[in-house]
Design a protein. Structure first.
Length: 270
């Protein structure tokens, strides 16, 4: 099979529904990358419910990588079908640097009164893995995985994935403006085929929300141009942002970076 990458959810902060959100969807952040060797899921927002596996794919290894643990990125992990499938296996991977106890964070998500079954009793065989200390890259299921820190409250990671001739970078939950962080991010994303970038705010909104840890569509367009990205996909849409408003943002962004589109629910990238 050819590698495939799908955006499962593209909404920020909280899920939404209704007629104003049918084009881009209301599910929160999650992505899925499949190869012949296995499956990588990035984040566990409500989009994770859309992960589909054929009978053959169910036998391959799978992993969930977390950019960070804010609620909109983990809230639907209990609904990942593989997690409750007995005899299946699932690797959970996150950054433990800075003393972060992410295992405890996930355990709390499954603890009373939030969920009736502990994580360890969901059914799947679980493996908890820290991102390799002292490194910023490794190989997983036929994919080259690299990462760097982002500017976001309580920390967040950007990931770059390369499989075959395709490369995609996920830059969700990031506020541009820090020279050191932006410099490392530019090195991570340079020449990427697909750049998925945080565009929760308009430039006017961002001026009133400095320090909240998100960027504007203009930040994304400027960064895509500097990185030499092949295509820019704006994501993490504000939960109040309607389809018409996202369409207007895309048109504005294309004036700065013509190869721009907006992420939508269950959207194939390649």
């Amino acid at each position: 099979m050819k590698p495939s990458f799908v955006i499962l959810g593209a909404r920020g902060s909280m899920p939404v529904s209704g007629g104003k959100f049918t084009k881009y969807g209301g599910r929160t952040t999650s992505f899925c990358l499949k190869t012949e060797e296995g499956m990588l899921i990035i984040d566990a927002g409500t989009g994770i419910e859309l992960v589909a596996e054929t009978a053959d794919e169910k036998l391959r290894p799978a992993a969930v990588l977390f950019t960070h643990f804010h609620l909109d990125h983990v809230m639907a992990l209990p609904f990942l079908k593989r997690l409750s499938r007995r005899q299946s296996s699932l690797q959970l991977i996150a950054d433990s640097s800075g003393g972060k106890n992410w295992r405890a964070a996930l355990a709390n998500l499954f603890a009373p009164p939030y969920w009736p079954a502990p994580l360890a009793e969901m059914g799947a065989r679980l493996e908890f893995s820290d991102l390799p200390a002292g490194k910023n890259a490794f190989d997983l299921h036929g994919v080259q995985v690299a990462w760097c820190p982002l500017a976001h409250p309580q920390n967040c990671l950007a990931f770059r994935f390369k499989t075959g001739k395709k490369s995609v970078a996920i830059v969700t939950d990031h506020e541009s403006g820090s020279p050191d962080i932006d410099g490392a991010l530019l090195r991570l994303c340079r020449g990427v085929d697909y750049l998925i970038y945080d565009a929760q705010w308009t430039p006017e909104e961002l001026a009133k929300r400095r320090g909240w840890g998100h960027s504007s569509w203009k930040d994304g367009a400027d960064f895509a141009r500097r990185a030499g990205a092949g295509e820019l996909i704006l994501t993490h849409h504000d939960y109040k942002r309607s389809d018409d408003e996202i369409d207007a943002i895309v048109q504005e962004a294309r004036r700065c970076f013509p190869e721009t589109k907006a992420a939508r629910e269950n959207m194939p990238v390649f």
